[in-house]
Design a protein. Structure first.
Length: 447
């Protein structure tokens, strides 16, 4: 039993499958015809060679002997130059030449998923490289039951050992990091169709679960954000239809609140549509060249009245030369509009918002001469606590929910900024000091 296992460790599953067909008469006939086709040209050449030798006054006997020797030499050269049959590789686990290292273990080590071979007692016969990295306690000749203590894994191993039926289960590995796996087990059969050992494969589901959780959270948050103004609208409508039907003052006041709630829903839907469009355009290459200095100037001019209304001034020195970037003009306008508008809203009244463009490094060696650069937006507001900084670009994340809603925020602005910058090969960095303000910096790599 152990011998069979060691042989299977030395050859791949594909090689073992080919070995089962060694005694197939049809395959043997096919190989004989293949060899005959290789030696047929030598037979065709021998007849003219025989006539040529005979014309040189060489006896027919010696000419025939020479031709036979040449034919035998051709056959031997063909046999030695041909690759070893798959059956031989399956039997010996060896192959000459540069492919000699392609044994079963080496092939299994290239698999990205952890793989374990074990016998009916749960003893580990082989583990590949991915399994050793993912589960350090695994080792040959140790028991799977000791390495995996969860009831789900024990049931999986015991089930396949009892009836040989393939099955799967979800498995959570908590150390050194929490990761979810889909563990699948199946029977590994010998050439005679007997259950020789079992294969356990782990497929990492951590990222898929994270994405599913983000999708669920997003739907829940979006539903909540839409439900709140919708409930407010329904309440005011019922009031206007009932007690306040003939109250002109209440009707005017309620209509203003209803308009604000409708605007809030409209902004939220617009931001959701923006995120959806950005995700669909993520793989579309950027072919247009835009002047970032001109874009920032346009945004500053557009937001100047709003900034003046909250008692903030925007300081911006436009560069005296174009600063080119491959990008989408409308998307970049949205980036700087979100960041500068946030700085004006959450900055301190009577202070300023400083927008700075800093060109970094020399021109690229490429013909377009694009540069790496950054654009910083600094405010002098209350600042952001350090524990909130890593989560600022999450969808619907707010440092202060009441303040955000008072400033007509949807909680999606910085998430949109992050998506746009990712598409433009840029990144957003945030520095903040409580009581002194915050600096949001957009860094572009240039070309």
């Amino acid at each position: 039993m152990v011998t069979d296992h060691s042989q299977k460790n030395d050859v791949s599953v594909a090689v073992a499958t080919e070995a089962e067909m060694v005694n197939d008469p049809e395959r043997n006939m096919s190989r004989w015809l293949h060899s005959t086709r290789k030696t047929l040209p030598a037979l065709i050449v021998l007849l003219p060679l025989f006539l040529l030798l005979h014309s040189w006054n060489i006896s027919a006997l010696w000419a025939a002997i020479a031709c036979v020797l040449l034919f035998v030499l051709a056959v031997l050269l063909t046999a030695f130059s041909a690759p070893k049959p798959v059956a031989e590789v399956a039997r010996t686990g060896k192959r000459e030449g540069p492919l000699s290292r392609l044994s079963g273990e080496i092939l299994a080590d290239f698999l990205p998923d952890p793989l374990v071979l074990f016998d009916a007692d749960g003893t580990i016969l082989y583990i590949n490289y991915a399994a050793r990295e993912a589960f350090p306690p695994l080792a040959r000749d140790t028991s799977l039951y000791l390495c995996f203590r969860s009831p789900e894994m024990h049931a999986l191993i015991q089930g396949i050992s009892a009836d040989g039926q393939a099955r799967s289960t979800d498995y959570l590995e908590r150390l050194p990091l929490e990761r979810w796996y889909r563990a699948s087990v199946m029977t590994f059969e010998t050439a005679k169709g007997e259950a020789d050992c079992f294969i356990l494969i782990f497929r990492d589901q951590t990222e898929l679960r994270r994405i599913d959780r983000m999708r669920s959270d997003f739907i829940a948050n979006a539903s909540h954000e839409l439900r709140t103004p919708l409930a407010s609208l329904r309440g005011f409508i019922e009031t206007l239809q009932g007690p306040a039907r003939d109250d002109a003052g209440a009707r005017e006041r309620f209509l203003g609140i209803m308009q604000a709630q409708a605007d809030r829903m409209s902004r939220l839907i617009d931001d959701l549509l923006s995120l959806s469009r950005l995700e669909m355009k993520a793989a579309i290459p950027l072919k247009e060249r835009v002047d970032v200095g001109q874009i920032v100037s346009h945004v500053v001019e557009t937001l100047a009245p709003m900034a003046s209304g909250v008692g903030v001034t925007i300081e911006w020195a436009k560069p005296d030369h174009p600063v080119w970037l491959p990008g989408d003009k409308d998307e970049l306008i949205q980036v700087f509009q979100n960041l500068i508008e946030n700085a004006c809203k959450y900055g301190q009244a009577g202070k300023c918002v400083v927008v700075t463009l800093d060109e970094q490094g020399a021109e690229n060696s490429q013909a377009d001469g694009l540069r790496g650069f950054s654009v910083s937006i600094q405010d002098f507001g209350p600042g952001i606590p350090a524990e909130h900084l890593p989560r600022l670009t999450e969808r619907f994340y707010r440092v202060d929910v009441d303040s955000s809603r008072a400033h007509k925020g949807t909680g999606l602005g910085l998430a949109i900024v992050k998506h746009i910058l990712t598409r433009h090969r840029g990144r957003l960095t945030v520095r903040s000091q409580l009581g002194e303000g915050s600096v949001f910096t957009v860094v572009f790599a240039g070309s």
